[in-house]
Ligand binder design. Structure first.
Ligand code: SF4
Length: 306
């Protein structure tokens, strides 16, 4: 005799049901046609003697994997034990959203789509300082992890649209590292579409030690056809122009490559581009389908073969 754990969950797909306890995460699978019989058993008092042969092994697995527990008190006891075994959470990453605006209008962009077009938030110097001070306060709460690596990411929209606040924030961060308010292992990352990078900006970002990541979909205009300005013209040339300024000023940078469907068709060109331009770091992003943006069937399988 027992009861259904309050952490038990059920999911059904393609004629099969999976039940699991979310504190244990070991699922038990069975055919959907047995589910109503199992449901009736679970809402009863779970008396094992009343079990039919077809569901008996399943119920035994439920007991083994704690989908059925001895009592509600057992659930509470396990939950408390797990809570006590978890360290206090600590923060190691902060995103500073410099602006929600972007000069691009990429067809897959979830930020542009979800933004209130009548209200664009832009980070001010005052809020940037408050955010950095808050981050400092939080990481100082946990002395054991203070020296662990910390990352501050300048993000947007397009963060370089708010360039002055970015430089202001980066200087505060550098000062705090020097004063020991932030650990030596604090890194500053910038994710940008690259179109506003000039040689002057590249040198300034390099001297501040900001790690730059340029978002690009692939090596050609075709691969970057989702990346357009608001008037619909292709943005590819402006990205490459920014990249050349980084190269000319010897500013290290990496690429954040969104695997658009066109980019996947030209994967060999991506490899050559990375090699020719001696890009030391790359990251890949996958496209997410939602009600406004769809990817073709088979898109995920193409990535597996990248
Ligand atoms: S550059 Fe980035 S933020 Fe701007 S529209 Fe494209 S995906 Fe969105």
């Amino acid at each position: 005799m027992g009861c259904l754990s309050k952490f038990a969950h059920k999911s059904e797909k393609n004629g099969y049901v999976a039940r699991f306890n979310s504190l244990k995460n070991i699922p038990v699978y069975y055919k959907s046609n047995l589910d109503s019989k199992i449901d009736s058993y679970l809402v009863s008092v779970c008396l094992a003697e009343n079990l039919d042969d077809d569901i008996k092994p399943i119920i035994e697995l439920f007991e083994k994997n704690k989908i059925i527990v001895d009592s509600p008190e057992y659930d509470e006891m396990v939950f408390e034990a797990i809570q006590q075994s978890i360290d206090d959470p600590y923060i190691s990453i902060m995103y500073l959203i410099l602006t929600e605006k972007c000069n691009f209008n990429c067809s897959y962009c979830f930020i542009e789509r979800n933004m209130d077009q009548n209200k664009t938030n832009v980070l001010t110097e005052t809020t940037a300082k408050q955010a950095i001070d808050f981050f400092v306060k939080q990481i100082n709460k946990n002395k054991d992890h203070f020296e662990d690596e910390k990352t501050i990411i300048f993000y947007g929209g397009e963060p370089l649209l708010n360039y002055n606040v970015l430089i202001y924030a980066a200087n505060i961060i550098k000062k705090y590292i020097f004063e020991g308010k932030l650990p030596q292992k604090t890194t500053m990352d910038l994710i940008t579409n690259g179109s506003f990078i000039t040689e002057e900006k590249a040198s300034e970002l390099r001297d501040l030690g900001i790690q730059i990541s340029i978002s690009l979909d692939g090596a050609t205009k075709k691969a970057n056809s989702c990346r357009v300005f608001h008037d619909g013209t292709l943005a590819y040339d402006s990205i490459i122009k920014g990249m050349r300024c980084l190269q000319k000023t010897k500013t290290p940078f990496g690429l954040s490559i969104t695997l658009s469907e066109h980019a996947l068709e030209e994967k060999d060109k991506i490899y050559s581009f990375i090699e020719e331009n001696e890009i030391p770091a790359i990251g890949y992003n996958i496209l997410n389908t939602d009600k406004n943006f769809k990817v073709k069937d088979g898109y995920l399988m193409k990535q597996v073969n990248l």
